[in-house]
Design a protein around this ligand. Structure first.
Ligand code: 2AM
Ligand code: CA
Length: 256
């Protein structure tokens, strides 16, 4: 791995103790309905950005817990979610991650998703594969949705679409083995990358939720579709069936 990315992984891992320690996890502010930020989110972003700035003073910093005005999307950017799965953190549900990606020229070149509760570090570099704690990972080899375990997010940020979302979930549920919902999109994408899950869908995610995880999936041999409000990832052979049931079509697109 490129030296700068190795250093970024170390910076991220070092901050994992902030999530497991939960100091400040009970100091919560509501940014919007069901959209929370704790002192942990703020502190982790501040610490990681300070170290990344030292590592590469020219790169821009895009993070969930700051205004991101004036970012040149074509330039080099670190994209950080200091806590993906903040609601899980608040409830001590023990499934939250730090997600960091590096993009240049509009392309994601590197991603790391670190789950400090299970000491699992997922990394990927464009064209160089995906890894879990340094060992290569691949998406599952499932060919039929009937053999699949899939994760469908509840999209808490757009409850007004709950009926449509749960109808989609029901369509998938009827055809697959079962459904899971972890509550950290970055972790769910990582689980698709290593074959624990065969597919994932959630509406209304932000770039910091999926930037690192989507590279993990494609570098592990999977398929992603990130269009408008949709984030979909799966093992390639189920793509057609999965997408048909999700019905990601222009007619159904609420924002379209
Ligand atoms: P977060 O924990 O960083 O907010 C949960 O459904 C997934 O959606 C998480 O990855 C969560 O990231 C993300 N998400 C995006 N917008 C959200 C919102 N408004 N409320 C809750 N989760 C949101
Ligand atoms: Ca977050």
């Amino acid at each position: 791995m490129e030296m700068i990315f190795e250093k970024a992984v170390e910076i991220v891992k070092k901050n994992g103790a902030e999530l497991t320690g939960r100091d400040g996890a009970d100091t919560i502010r509501e940014k919007g309905r069901t959209d929370y930020v704790t002192e942990v989110d703020i502190r982790v972003q501040r610490q990681i950005f300070a170290e990344l700035k030292e590592l590469d003073p020219t790169a821009q910093l895009l993070g969930e817990e700051k205004e991101n005005e004036g970012i040149d999307r074509k330039g080099s950017i670190w994209i950080l979610d200091p806590v993906d799965g903040t609601t899980n953190l608040i409830h001590d549900f023990q499934h939250s991650t730090i997600s960091l990606a590096y993009a240049k020229g509009g392309k994601i070149l590197f991603g790391v998703v670190y789950d400090p509760f299970h000491e699992e570090c997922f990394t990927a570099e464009l064209g160089k594969g995906a890894f879990l704690n340094g060992k290569p990972i691949q998406v599952s080899k499932k060919e039929q949705l009937g053999d699949c375990l899939t994760a469908i997010g509840t999209s808490p940020g757009c409850r007004e679409h709950a009926d449509e979302n749960f109808a989609r979930m029901r369509r998938i549920y009827d055809q697959c083995q079962d459904i899971r919902r972890i509550g950290s999109a970055a972790l769910e994408l990582s689980y698709v990358a290593c074959g624990r899950l065969d597919g994932f869908y959630e509406e209304n995610l932000k770039i910091w939720d999926y930037a690192a995880g989507s590279l993990l999936v494609t570098e592990a041999g999977g398929t992603t579709v990130i269009e408008g409000p949709d984030t979909m990832a799966c093992t390639p052979k189920i793509r057609e069936e999965f997408q048909k049931l999700l019905k990601i079509t222009e007619e159904e697109r609420w924002n379209g």
